[in-house]
Design a protein around this ligand. Structure first.
Ligand SMILES: *[C@@H]1O[C@H](CO)[C@@H](O)[C@H](O)[C@H]1NC(C)=O
Ligand SMILES: *[C@@H]1O[C@H](CO)[C@@H](O)[C@H](O)[C@H]1NC(C)=O
Ligand SMILES: *[C@@H]1O[C@H](CO)[C@@H](O)[C@H](O)[C@H]1NC(C)=O
Ligand SMILES: *[C@@H]1O[C@H](CO)[C@@H](O)[C@H](O)[C@H]1NC(C)=O
Ligand SMILES: *[C@@H]1O[C@H](CO)[C@@H](O)[C@H](O)[C@H]1NC(C)=O
Ligand SMILES: *[C@@H]1O[C@H](CO)[C@@H](O)[C@H](O)[C@H]1NC(C)=O
Ligand SMILES: *[C@@H]1O[C@H](CO)[C@@H](O)[C@H](O)[C@H]1NC(C)=O
Length: 474
């Protein structure tokens, strides 16, 4: 009896809060319930750095709920609504971390690859690395993350083209992996989850890469090999003197003005000079750049490459860096009402039909005859993985951050905690002058029947309600 009581309670409370899944409409990400446009206001999250990924260790960036609690509290304070996570181990349990981010209204964009051999397309040997065993790993990542409502999207590839020579043979492999992932998701996920690509800023072939990936083969808009969105890793805005023109943001806006899929910065934040002032935030979310859907700052934790917002100290505490304060001050100047009220496209845009004419560089291999799915991988698509690790939202056991976090002036931050959001909303930047205002400027929840009611109520209230029912039954 007690067991089933707690099980039921856990299920109910666990379902108490969930962000509305994101869908694509035309060139926008859109909240599937409110139809508001969703701008990506995010950060790249890879504590331990790329070299920190070690599948034998039992640890990845989303495996330790205590660490995620600390980082989610800080990201909520920064006003972020999205993280990108590279290098996850699909065999680990990510329930606590994913649920914590879900409760504070932070979406996750997950890379299905890792830098280890056999776990990504090798850009110098695409045909040799496009194997059933590689795809097996990518499907395992889908299985691990498809059950979380805040899984916003998957990156099928990152910088598989990283110079002009690699734009020759590699493009069809990007589309092939997208096709396989989307076929897997269509068959084995209860909701559709967008799949796209994260591009290096190789200006000679950037427009070609986007054009090659967004078009529909045979003009068929059901073509699953096309990208659902296009991420650009962009480091061209350097220092507080940079401008919309000098950073070339004007060129990007004009390059992507006819996009039929969302385009956003999958990494941004040039770090010379340092500390960063992040005044590109005002340009990125301003009226001149509504073509783009926002971006992700590279990156949350300080690693050897020096892009961090916080430093994780050896004794398990963390210290905010000046970049953290500077980013927060820029975020607090954004007009969230304006960002959310900008009209989202309400229809799918018709993608252009693929033809060699969509690209302009003679060096770019615009081959639309894709490599066929390895037969072992086609079996996995048809039948699903056997006994995969599948994530699910769970009750978050604690809101208080247990470890010390120090502000930039060295003093310890008191009472650091996550503030679960009501009403299935994404987190938003605090307006200037307020602190922890995310919950207070959240619109009133919309109710939609019995399940909707349960899903909009705070867990604490439900626990009380449910206890009463149990007592009555007993
Ligand atoms: C997929 O991975 C599982 C678990 O690691 C393994 O048992 C299976 O043989 C793999 N299948 C293929 C086709 O690589
Ligand atoms: C942990 O390390 C940081 C950085 O070295 C230091 O500032 C802080 O005082 C230490 N905290 C504890 C509790 O030892
Ligand atoms: C999670 O991280 C905390 C803080 O670094 C550490 O004390 C704890 O041992 C970790 N938990 C696990 C299960 O690794
Ligand atoms: C933010 O944008 C909204 C909608 O356009 C507008 O009504 C409001 O005045 C703006 N707020 C500020 C502080 O500019
Ligand atoms: C949104 O679309 C409506 C109807 O097309 C239009 O009247 C309104 O001005 C638009 N609002 C914005 C902020 O573009
Ligand atoms: C295009 O890719 C297909 C499949 O990998 C291959 O058979 C064909 O030779 C390629 N075409 C060109 C022109 O490279
Ligand atoms: C240090 O910074 C924190 C956070 O900005 C602030 O609340 C606190 O008052 C500051 N402490 C001192 C001694 O300046």
């Amino acid at each position: 009896m007690m067991l089933s009581y707690f099980t039921a309670l856990g299920l109910l409370a666990g379902a108490a809060l969930a962000v509305n899944p994101v869908v694509m409409k035309g060139a926008d990400f859109v909240d599937s319930t409110t139809n508001n446009r969703v701008m990506v206001i995010g950060v790249d999250y890879q504590p331990g750095g790329q070299s920190g990924y070690d599948p034998g260790s039992g640890v990845d960036p989303l495996s330790n709920g205590t660490v995620c609690l600390r980082d989610a509290a800080l990201m909520q304070d920064l006003g972020l609504n999205t993280i990108r996570v590279y290098n996850v181990d699909p065999d680990l349990n990510h329930d606590q971390c994913a649920s914590i981010f879900n409760e504070v209204g932070i979406y996750m964009i997950v890379d299905v690859n890792s830098p280890l051999g056999g776990e990504s397309i090798d850009r110098s040997n695409p045909s040799g690395s496009y194997t059933a065993s590689y795809l097996n790993r990518t499907f395992a990542v889908v299985e691990a993350f498809k059950g979380y409502p805040n899984t916003m999207a998957f990156f099928a590839g990152n910088e598989i083209i990283n110079d002009v020579p690699t734009s020759k043979a590699n493009p069809p492999y990007i589309r092939a992996v997208q096709r396989d992932l989307k076929n897997y998701i269509a068959k084995h996920s209860s909701r559709s989850i967008p799949v796209g690509y994260s591009a290096a800023d190789v200006r000679e072939v950037l427009q070609d890469t986007w054009a090659y990936l967004q078009c529909a083969i045979d003009g068929n808009d059901k073509d699953v090999s096309r990208s659902d969105f296009f991420g650009l890793n962009s480091y061209s805005w350097c220092g507080d003197q940079a401008t919309f023109q000098s950073a070339g943001y004007d060129a990007l806006v004009s390059m992507f003005s006819a996009t039929t899929i969302p385009v956003f910065f999958s990494e941004y934040g040039c770090n010379t000079p340092s500390p960063r002032v992040f005044n590109e935030v005002q340009a990125l979310y301003g009226p001149q750049m509504t073509t783009l859907s926002g971006g992700l700052v590279y990156e949350f934790t300080q690693e050897t490459s020096n892009f961090g917002l916080i430093n994780v100290n050896d004794n398990g505490t963390a210290s905010l860096l000046v970049d953290y304060d500077n980013l927060q001050s820029q975020m607090s100047k954004l007009n969230v009402t304006l960002l959310q009220s900008s009209n989202a496209s309400q229809t799918q845009a018709q993608p252009p039909a693929c033809s060699s004419g969509v690209v302009s560089s003679s060096q770019f291999g615009a081959n639309f005859t894709l490599p066929s799915t390895p037969s072992g991988a086609q079996d996995l698509i048809n039948n699903g993985l056997s006994n995969p690790q599948q994530g699910k939202v769970v009750q978050v056991s604690s809101t208080q951050v247990p470890m010390s976090v120090y502000a930039t002036n060295g003093s310890q931050i008191e009472g650091l905690a996550i503030k679960p959001l009501q009403g299935n909303q994404a987190n938003t930047p605090n307006q200037a002058g307020t602190s922890g205002g995310s919950a207070s400027n959240t619109p009133a929840p919309k109710h939609s029947g019995a399940t909707g009611l349960a899903s909009h109520m705070p867990g604490v209230f439900l626990v009380g309600l449910f206890s009463c029912i149990i007592v009555l039954v007993l």
